[in-house]
Write a protein that binds this ligand. Structure first.
Ligand code: ZN
Length: 200
């Protein structure tokens, strides 16, 4: 586990098998996991944490959720859309505030990347999963222009100074840089076009 602060850690994403970064936040009573990855090695590491585990799923993609069956989470927070894939869990439809010795806030994150994305804000960090990324459409990488604006509005309301981005080699990115990057993409929108294509 890589340390970001006294209470906030993460397990780095791996490519083979594809498994997203897993955020681990230590509350007084429970370990709060933001995603669970999709690799036996990650599941083993999570099982080794000697606290009850509560999972928050960023979105439904298997590299973020596949390990759920292996880790015996006592509770799972997810969106209604993710729940269709997972089949159980506590549905988040609006901001959920939790106090576990530290304050945590789970929030719906408007996202071009997938329906039903959730973010987690705590201790000056905002876990965003893949929520700020583009999607594939007809072989192109695109943002839905309307959703991208909603994403930006949501990000600007966050108090966190550090955004945590799945699969990004840097992972912990300054808030202002991420917002400037997305605003630049937003500014490329051509009039009347619903999608903004990006090169990756
Ligand atoms: Zn994804």
């Amino acid at each position: 586990m890589i340390r970001l602060s006294e209470r906030v850690y993460y397990i780095k994403a791996v490519e083979e098998p594809l498994s997203a970064d897993v955020g681990v936040v230590f509350g007084d009573r429970a370990a709060w996991l933001y995603d669970v990855g999709n690799s036996p090695a990650v599941s083993a590491e999570l099982k080794g944490i000697g606290l009850p585990k509560i999972a928050v799923l960023s979105h439904f993609h298997p590299d973020h959720t596949g390990g759920l069956g292996d880790i015996a989470a006592e509770k799972v927070y997810l969106s209604a859309y993710t729940r269709k894939y997972i089949g159980f869990g506590d549905t988040v439809v609006e901001d959920v505030y939790i106090n576990d010795g530290i304050e945590l806030r789970i929030f719906p994150l408007p996202s071009s990347h997938s329906k039903g994305a959730l973010g987690l804000e705590t201790q000056g960090f905002a876990f965003l999963g893949d929520g700020i990324y583009s999607m594939q459409k007809g072989g192109r990488n695109v943002y839905n222009a309307t959703l991208l604006k909603d994403t930006l509005d949501c990000l600007k309301r966050l108090g966190a100074k550090t955004f945590l981005l799945s699969h990004d080699p840097q992972y912990a990115c300054p808030r202002d840089e991420v917002i400037a990057w997305l605003e630049e993409i937003c500014s490329r929108r051509r009039k009347e076009e619903a999608y903004i294509e990006i090169k990756e």
